[in-house]
Design a protein around this ligand. Structure first.
Ligand SMILES: NC(=O)c1ccc[n+]([C@@H]2O[C@H](COP(=O)([O-])OP(=O)(O)OC[C@H]3O[C@@H](n4cnc5c(N)ncnc54)[C@H](O)[C@@H]3O)[C@@H](O)[C@H]2O)c1
Length: 363
């Protein structure tokens, strides 16, 4: 069973070395670390210098979340004569953790590993639940396994250097967790007019990560409740794949935000009268956060899309089992119903009303 350790007890400057002091001692560990940190510390951990061959520096971008990157990691492990007793410490955002954990999981049928998440998204989401993998032929996260780390060591202070649009990505997952499982947490989040800096919000990070940990503990292989974590993501993935075809960069956080705005409006049609208002209000609050990134022009871009095209991409989502599109609906804040079928006419109806300029004030 994975041991989780979350540190918020010291203020810091985002220094990785300080965060790594929380990792329990290991015998001669090897490190896979996000290259963002390469020039930012004189030494990394246990007096290991950044130029040490015990560290594999990983460039975190989606194009390199690939088989080629895995091959390079495995080659490095072979050169260092890694064996079944080697322990890997994997440090970085979701790209580094997904790639490193997959590399560790299948090398010699499995090395033990520790995850040290350094983005907000990685602390509340990617480090939890054992999913790992890389992209294949342009298909996202198409190969991978579910295999949990020995431990996850998170430290809020490393988030001090995270740029705003990466904070947004993590924030939307924090929001998602509250909407699907914790109405009190949502009520707290909804009072923030501006998305807060995460290094100052260790309690929110912990509360959010605890929600995902509770969900995956009972349903690691996604037979039931874990599916609720896909809330807002079917539309988000459709928007990201249309964006990449059009060479429009839609940050993941904005895609998930738009997906949740859609799903809340759709859910409001299914929910009882007394929940409808809170669901629509939640959609409005999220829309407000998205609008704080006007330079990305996401709402206008989404409004320009043909809903039929969005629907086509939703049908291709790898989570659909049959010909239907299965969505997560909220019957109230905190009450998620997964595997709820959605049909094309109701998708298009909600989509059009959402982006119709005359009705945008209500949504
Ligand atoms: N395994 C899972 O359950 C799971 C869940 C959600 C997302 N993911 C995956 O996670 C990936 C996205 O992860 P992400 O949002 O963490 O992005 P990321 O790993 O790309 O990191 C974002 C950027 O931030 C930099 N960075 C990392 N830590 C930093 C810090 N402390 N300060 C400043 N910059 C820092 C990275 O170098 C990178 O440029 C996607 O590939 C997605 O598929 C996996």
């Amino acid at each position: 069973m994975t041991r989780y350790c979350f540190n918020s007890s010291h203020s810091g400057t985002g220094d990785l070395h300080e965060a790594l002091t929380w990792v329990p001692p290991k015998e001669a560990p090897l490190f896979i670390i996000d290259a963002f940190f390469k020039d930012r510390s004189n030494f990394i951990a246990n007096e290991i210098h950044p130029s040490s061959n015990r560290i594999f520096w990983l460039q975190a971008n989606e194009n390199q979340k690939s088989i080629e990157q895995l091959s390079s990691i495995w080659e490095w492990l072979i050169q260092l004569e890694a064996n079944r007793s080697t322990h890997l410490i994997i440090v970085g955002g979701g790209i580094t953790l997904d790639t490193g954990a997959f590399a560790a999981t299948v090398f010699q049928r499995g090395l033990a590993f520790t995850l040290v998440p350094t983005t907000l998204l990685a602390q509340v989401d990617a480090s939890i639940g054992g999913k790992n993998g890389v992209n294949l032929f342009g298909l996202k996260n198409y190969i991978g396994t579910i295999n949990e780390p020995m431990e996850v060591i998170a430290d809020a202070q490393v988030l001090a250097t995270l740029p705003a649009h990466h904070v947004l990505s993590g924030w939307m997952e924090v929001v998602k967790h509250s909407l699907i499982a914790d109405a009190n947490l949502w009520s707290q989040l909804s009072h923030y007019q501006n998305i807060p800096r995460p290094e100052n919000q260790p309690d929110l990070i912990q509360a959010s990560s605890q929600i995902k940990r509770t969900i995956v503990k009972d349903d690691l292989y996604e037979g039931g409740r874990r599916k609720s974590l896909n809330f807002g993501h079917t539309v988000a993935h459709a928007l990201e794949s249309i964006g990449s075809r059009q060479a429009v960069n839609i940050p993941h956080g904005l895609a998930v935000g738009l997906g949740m705005v859609f799903s809340l409006n759709w859910s409001a049609q299914l929910a009882a009268e007394n929940s409808r208002i809170e669901l629509l209000h939640a959609a409005q609050v999220i829309r407000g956060w998205i609008e704080q990134f006007p330079e990305l022009n996401c709402i206008r871009w989404a409004a320009s899309l043909d809903p039929e095209e969005v629907w086509k991409h939703m049908k291709r989502d790898k989570k659909n089992r049959t010909n239907e599109v299965l969505e997560v609906a909220l019957m109230a804040i905190g009450e998620a119903h997964w595997d709820t079928p959605i049909i094309q006419p109701s998708f298009e109806d909600v989509w059009r009303r959402l982006f119709d300029e005359n009705s945008s004030a209500q949504n």
